[in-house]
Design a protein around this ligand. Sequence first.
Ligand code: ZN
Length: 310
Amino acid sequence: MKKSRKILLASALLIAVISAFALLVVQSSIIPRRPFSAPETSYHSWDGIFSSPQPISIHTYSTGMMQTDLSGIMNLAHEKAADIEDVVVEIPVTTSIIHHQELGAYLIDAGLDSSYTNNPYGTTRGILVKGFLGKGSQEPNTSIAAILERKNIQLQGIWLTHLHPDHTAGIVDLPKHIPYVVGEGERYLNFRFFMQSDHLAGIKALHEIDFTKGVDLPPFGKGVDLFGDGSFWAIESSGHSKGHVMYFINGVDEQVIVTGDACNDQYQFDSGIGPGYFSSDPEKAQKMLESIIMFKERYPEVRLVFGHDL
Ligand SMILES: [Zn+2]
C-alpha cells in the first residue's frame, strides 16, 4: 500500500473512532439552547432599583449534604491560605424558592433529588463515579420534591446559577414543561459510561440569558431585569463556571443576592480566598469574590445567600 493511502486510511479510521466516541459518550450532554427573551428593563442603576422594592420574597432550604475536597471550593494556592489544610468537608446543597406576588413561585437551583436518601451518588453512574465524585447524604423528606410537595408549590420556572451536578440533581424530580434558564455558554457535563447523571433529561431547551443587553451594575458587570418590574435580576458572574449567574431579589421586606458558587459560604466571604479547582477560571472567580465583598461594603443592608451555606 502506498504511504499516502495508508495515511488516508489511518485518518479515516481516527475520524470514525472520534465520531463514534462523541456519539456514544458526549452526545448525552447536548440540550437545545434558546435565547431567554428578557422584558424591557425598568431601571438602569442600583439607586433606581433600590428605590423601588417589589412584592417578592425568598426562602432557602437544605436538600442534603455533599462531601468535597476543600481545595475544590477554595483556592488553597492563595497567599492567605498558607495555613489551611486540604481536607474533605461536608457542605449543604441548597435550593431557594422565590415567590412573586403576581408571577408565582420559582426556584433558584434545584438542590438534590430524592434518590440521595438511599444512594450517595444520586442518579449518577459510570466508571469514574466512585473515584471522583463526593458522597451525598439526605435525611428522609428533605429532597426538593418533598419540600415542594409539603408547601404545595406549583413552580413557574427554574433559574440556575450554573450547571454543576450539585445544582442540577433535583431537576430529576421537577416538572419539565416549565422554562429552565441559565447564563449564556454554561456547559453541562454528562459522559455516558464514565460519569452520567442525566439531570437535564426531559427538558426541551435551556433558555440562555444574554448579558450584552443588560445594564451596568457595579461593582459587578451587567444585570438583566428578568421580570421587567425591577423585582428580580440576573447578574453576570462567570469565573466559577463559564456562564455562572448570581440573582438579586429586590423585595419589600429584604433585598438579597444569591451568590451561587461565586461565594460558597461565610468562611469564604470572610477569608477573601476565592473558589478552588472546580472553577473554570480561578483568577476570574477570585475577582468575582472581591466584587461581592466590595458590594457588601457598599450596600451592607443587602443579605447574601451563599452557594453552600444556610
Ligand atoms: Zn456547588
